[in-house]
Design a protein around this ligand. Sequence first.
Ligand SMILES: Nc1ncnc2c1ncn2[C@@H]1O[C@H](COP(=O)(O)OP(=O)(O)OP(=O)(O)O)[C@@H](O)[C@H]1O
Ligand SMILES: Nc1ncnc2c1ncn2[C@@H]1O[C@H](COP(=O)(O)OP(=O)(O)OP(=O)(O)O)[C@@H](O)[C@H]1O
Ligand SMILES: [Mg+2]
Ligand SMILES: [Mg+2]
Lengths: 222, 222
Amino acid sequence: MIRIQNLNKSYVVGNTEMHVLKNLEVHIQAGELVSIMGSSGSGKSTLLNIIGILDSYDAGEYYLDNVLIKNLNESKAARLRNQLIGFVFQSFNLISFKNAMENVALPLYYQKVSRKERNKRALAYLDKLGLLEWAEHMPNELSGGQQQRVAIARAMVSEPKIILADEPTGALDSKTSHDVISLFREIHQTGITVIIVTHESDIAERTKRVIQIRDGAIIADV
Amino acid sequence: MIRIQNLNKSYVVGNTEMHVLKNLEVHIQAGELVSIMGSSGSGKSTLLNIIGILDSYDAGEYYLDNVLIKNLNESKAARLRNQLIGFVFQSFNLISFKNAMENVALPLYYQKVSRKERNKRALAYLDKLGLLEWAEHMPNELSGGQQQRVAIARAMVSEPKIILADEPTGALDSKTSHDVISLFREIHQTGITVIIVTHESDIAERTKRVIQIRDGAIIADV
Ligand SMILES: Nc1ncnc2c1ncn2[C@@H]1O[C@H](COP(=O)(O)OP(=O)(O)OP(=O)(O)O)[C@@H](O)[C@H]1O
Ligand SMILES: Nc1ncnc2c1ncn2[C@@H]1O[C@H](COP(=O)(O)OP(=O)(O)OP(=O)(O)O)[C@@H](O)[C@H]1O
Ligand SMILES: [Mg+2]
Ligand SMILES: [Mg+2]
């Protein structure tokens, strides 16, 4: 499903260049449940954004479902994203002028699902995340952990082939985190590929494979 | 330092009212190191925002440094905040068009400290948080954990009487979290009152007192 070789990515800030991903190689089969761990600034989000076709890279190859992902125009990238990927952003990225239900329903709007059907499915996923009563709340009327759970429901609602989750339990207490990871495992059982960036080892232990990243390179993979 | 009795707070969403804090009572002496734990949506941020004079309440009394905090106009609230409180927001709230150094220096700008002096102090605190090399980065050129550490440095730079930190290690790996809490403990040694909202028990264990909140009321305090 995901084949990455010799991946290099740098950022330029002012007149310095930061080499963030260095000849990184990783292969993930369809249907795997994988976590990525590493310290703050080690390159986890950068890698996940590239896998999610949200950011470009400088050198190397990335194949997603046997399609080379390189120099794609924005409309082709958006089409592949909408068809294949559900993304939970580290900063949630909820739309401030839409309520929780509408935020969750958004991916289905892009897939041209009718309003009635997409709201029904959005409410079902809000319920799975324990937030049915908060469906009418705007993002600024939700707690940090509730916003994060809305972002998780949005990534799941279109039942994509791949779910990419960047620290999905960072704002959650241990009981709620446990429930969320159980939901990811349930989804994984149906054959969906799930990749979770986390810095909590009790979360990583509940996945089948743990990839460690340090200074932009994979240092362990068990 | 902080005396809160019969604190009640509700939010109105649409035509429903959510009673979020219910007759809450808590007293915190000057110089204490306290953590507040509770599940997602239990009222932690709501309580911290009231203590930080960032939000109003419906009933009860709140005394800060023997001053009644009730129905204050915005300029008096802002003056008290600037003089007494350093705040780490759960969503960081960095200013997007200023770099890391300028974001950290902001509280000193409000206290009319000269540009040269405030930038010197800002760089010193960025260094304490391991981010000196990232001083020129804009918030969107920082990782999630780096943004959180900039927000922490900003709360510390004016050496306020009270530091209120809402999940300050939520986006950090365990080593970086450990370093950050050591810094809070160092600051506490100088006599500053520190209150940390967290859902990580290994963080709470490193404070002197743990207050548990459930459904808007204090259920334990050890
Ligand atoms: N501006 C608002 N308008 C309406 N409801 C709100 C508002 N802010 C918070 N709430 C509600 O108040 C309750 C308490 O929120 P609060 O942010 O204090 O929770 P919390 O304990 O900090 O949770 P978390 O751990 O998820 O950050 C939640 O149910 C939330 O939906
Ligand atoms: N747009 C950008 N411009 C410049 N530098 C960036 C940009 N985005 C990230 N960086 C830098 O790249 C490095 C890796 O960032 P990344 O967001 O991948 O880290 P991370 O492993 O996700 O960390 P965290 O656990 O703190 O979220 C960091 O040093 C960061 O400062
Ligand atoms: Mg990250
Ligand atoms: Mg909160």
